[in-house]
Design a protein around this ligand. Structure first.
Ligand code: SAJ
Length: 422
């Protein structure tokens, strides 16, 4: 029976998931610790930007199928979609999952299904089952009684791309790692309510590692592109042409270099593998280090351009720098772990009053920059104003811009979209 589904954590994954269950006419109780998030959703609004999400939330709340609250209530299934950040020393922080376990334990009842969706280190689902068992000794759990347990538990990672979340939630295949076969069957039946992709069943630990491996695959491949970009820069080779040509090989598919890797997933999840296997995860660690070092490389390039311009009769302190794009990737408004923002902040710190940012996806300056003297400009204003243009994010608005560089103006294009500008 899946009459009522509760989603714990109404962020980038939990909220769209809640609305999709609601759109299939299931009663959904969304739970979040933030009163602002709960109020916004109950008014039919959204606290995050994601294509189609506003319409889905409005419809789900308007039809009465979705309601948000701060305290879990009884339900047939609980889907945990809370953050799993990194600690300062690069260790996975699963305290939000523990808090979610504590919050749902009092309302758990025989026959309930609990699914963990948060990206987690291997072993976390077993730990979740243990926490729940300690909190509810009156119920049986899969680690105790196998298929006969009162509560079913599974790990089913989210795998959707920010910017395409709603589409991918429906279309992508799902990895379903139940603690027992019955757990997997129950979890697959839940996702089949809206998922059109296949639900592929596996062991819990395989499912946990699968999510980490997917994001590490991308991180390692972006690291190769970023390393090539630095090597090619030193040797006067156009890395974007190089990658285009190499990718004409039928078994080569190099990704694109940029100013670094950001977001709340790829810049973080590989560390979970490194933490679990520090001696063996050499390549994964090294990829993280290569990608994390890219912003400093871009900053050094800007500083070299400043030094060169300063030899042409512009006082170093008068040199104006425009950073184009500060979000973590193209065409989103998300600033989490953004390497572009990191670069803009570092330049703003060094060159008080002489740095502008252009960010078509934000109405106001990011909070981190409000205390600095950074100016928010339109793309055209920046092109007319700056001595140095630093293209950091390949937003659609930048790709279609037509302009030529002024005399002596320097362009540092970390994404290869303006490399033909003269
Ligand atoms: N990036 C590059 N070059 C590329 C591709 C990306 O520099 O060729 C950079 C982006 O600019 C950005 C970062 O990498 O800073 C990550 O962007 P992304 O679009 O690769 O990925 P995310 O973080 O938005 O979403 C990823 C996805 N994972 C994979 O594609 C394997 C998504 O499917 C996951 O669900 C998501 O992480 C997540 O939640 O884990």
């Amino acid at each position: 029976m899946l009459d009522t589904i509760s989603i714990i954590g109404l962020g980038y994954i939990g909220l769209p998931t809640a609305t999709l269950f609601a759109s299939r006419r299931h009663r959904v109780i969304g739970v979040d610790v933030s009163p602002y998030v709960v109020d916004t959703i109950n008014r039919g609004g959204v606290h995050i930007e994601e294509p189609e999400l506003d319409i889905l939330v409005q419809a789900a709340v308007g039809s009465g199928y979705l309601r948000a609250t701060m305290r879990p209530e009884p339900a047939d299934a609980f889907v945990i979609a809370v953050p799993t950040p990194l600690t300062e020393d690069q260790k996975p922080d699963v305290s939000y999952i523990e808090a979610a376990a504590q919050s749902i334990a009092p309302v758990l009842a025989e026959g309930n299904l609990v699914i963990l969706e948060s990206t987690s280190p291997v072993g976390t689902t077993g730990q979740l089952a243990q926490w729940l068992a300690e909190l509810r000794p009156d119920l049986t759990f899969p680690q105790q009684t196998g298929d006969n347990s009162d509560i079913r538990i599974a790990y089913c990672p989210e795998r959707v791309l920010p910017g395409r979340i709603v589409h991918e939630l429906v279309a992508n295949d799902r990895i379903v790692g139940g603690m027992t076969l019955k757990c997997s069957e129950a979890a697959s039946a839940l996702y089949k309510l809206f998922v059109q992709g296949e639900c592929v069943v596996t062991q819990v630990r395989v499912a946990e590692m699968c999510k980490l491996a997917e994001n590490s695959f991308r991180d390692v491949n972006i690291a190769l592109a970023n390393e090539l970009s630095m090597i090619c820069d030193g040797q006067g080779i156009d890395v974007w042409e190089l990658i285009r040509l190499a990718n004409r090989h039928p078994r080569v598919n190099i990704l694109q270099p940029g100013c670094g890797v950001g977001g709340h997933c790829i810049a973080i999840d590989p560390w979970f593998i490194v933490h679990g296997a520090p001696d063996d995860a050499k390549l994964i660690r090294s990829a993280r280090e290569v990608n994390d070092a890219k912003p400093a490389w871009v900053i050094r390039k800007v500083e070299r351009a400043v030094t060169t311009l300063a030899t042409l009769n512009i006082a170093s302190e008068d040199i104006r720098i425009a950073c184009l794009g500060v979000t973590y990737k193209a065409d989103v408004d998300d600033l989490r772990e953004s390497p572009a923002l990191k670069i803009a902040l570092a330049l703003a710190d060094r060159r008080e009053g002489r740095v502008a940012i252009v960010e078509p996806n934000l109405q106001t300056l990011p909070e981190e920059l409000t205390s600095s003297e950074v100016i928010l400009m339109s793309p055209d204003e920046a092109v007319a104003w700056a001595h140095i243009l630093v293209l950091l994010v390949d937003h659609a608005e930048f790709k279609c811009m037509e302009f030529g560089l002024n005399n002596g103006q320097v362009l540092i294009d970390t994404r290869g979209i303006w490399k033909d500008k003269k």
